[in-house]
Design a protein around this ligand. Structure first.
Ligand SMILES: CN1CCC[C@H](Cn2ccc3ccc(-c4n[nH]c(N)c4C#N)cc32)C1
Length: 250
């Protein structure tokens, strides 16, 4: 998968050099390029923002640098590995007003060959950039959650990790992707490791016995109970109002 990220804070994306994502890049599973938006602002101060038409607090990101930067991403990307002459990325623009980013969307985006991310700052990006980009490539405006950040970089870090970990070979043990929260509608089960007793607290006996069928049953029950307690909204209506028995039979 090819990934391009445009930001005025490219160093914010440095964590993508670390851990499993960094290894995936070194293994050639991910081809990531980070671009500084200010490289596409040509005045002496490399200005990327200006005051909002209609007044109001804060500054808005100018359309010109964004159009130049995204044009560069597409043009350079096509030459990066002899892509089709008309190849374009799916452009993800994080924003608090976007469609909620979910595991389902992460799975959809993990099937895309090329993603580009536009990290806004200030009060956001001039609306005409969304229109301009939408005429050239698929655009999705996605939100990390119902709270306000100062820019898109943190959202991109989270989205890239959620997407990249689904790619074959990125997570060493693909089994880790099964039964995890949000993968099949239930939260993950509790996990334990040595010592068997710590701080006067014992590991549940069933996990020490080696009866794999009993362990699987216990873990499934724990997932249902944990989901009912913390995220009843994820359960089918009947189960969310107490009817857990039917779910536990599954
Ligand atoms: C007061 N203003 C309101 C509009 C947004 C301004 C800050 N900002 C500028 C660009 C930008 C990109 C994403 C997010 C963001 N916030 N919360 C989320 N879940 C996001 C996501 N994805 C926030 C952003 C602050």
């Amino acid at each position: 998968m090819r990934l391009d990220v445009v930001s005025i804070f490219p160093e914010y994306l440095a964590p993508l050099d670390l851990s499993l994502i960094g290894k995936a890049r070194r293994d050639g599973l991910l081809d990531l390029a980070v671009h500084d938006l200010r490289d596409f602002a040509h005045d002496r101060h490399r200005t990327v923002d200006d005051t909002p038409y209609g007044g109001g607090a804060g500054m808005v990101m100018k359309p010109g640098p964004w159009a130049e930067a995204l044009d560069h991403v597409v043009t350079q990307g096509r030459s990066r590995d002899n892509s089709a002459v008309d190849a374009v990325p799916t452009l993800i623009i994080p924003g608090p007003g976007g469609e909620p980013f979910t595991q389902q969307i992460a799975r959809e985006l993990a099937d895309e060959p090329w993603l580009a991310f536009a990290c806004g700052r200030y009060e956001g990006i001039d609306e005409r950039v969304y229109e301009w980009a939408g005429e050239r490539m698929p655009v999705r405006v996605l939100s990390l959650g119902d709270y306000v950040l100062n820019g898109g970089e943190v959202a991109v870090l989270a989205m890239v990790e959620a997407i990249a970990r689904l790619l074959p070979g990125v997570i060493g043990n693909a089994e880790s992707l099964i039964e995890e929260s949000h993968e099949d509608g239930l939260l993950e089960y509790p996990v334990y490791t040595k010592p068997a007793e710590w701080d006067g607290r014992a590991v549940p006996e069933v996990l020490l016995g080696g009866n794999h069928q009993a362990i699987a049953k216990w873990r499934h029950e724990q997932r249902i109970q944990r989901t009912a307690a913390r995220r009843p909204d994820l359960l089918p209506p009947a189960a969310a109002t107490g009817g857990l028995a039917e779910l536990e039979e599954r």
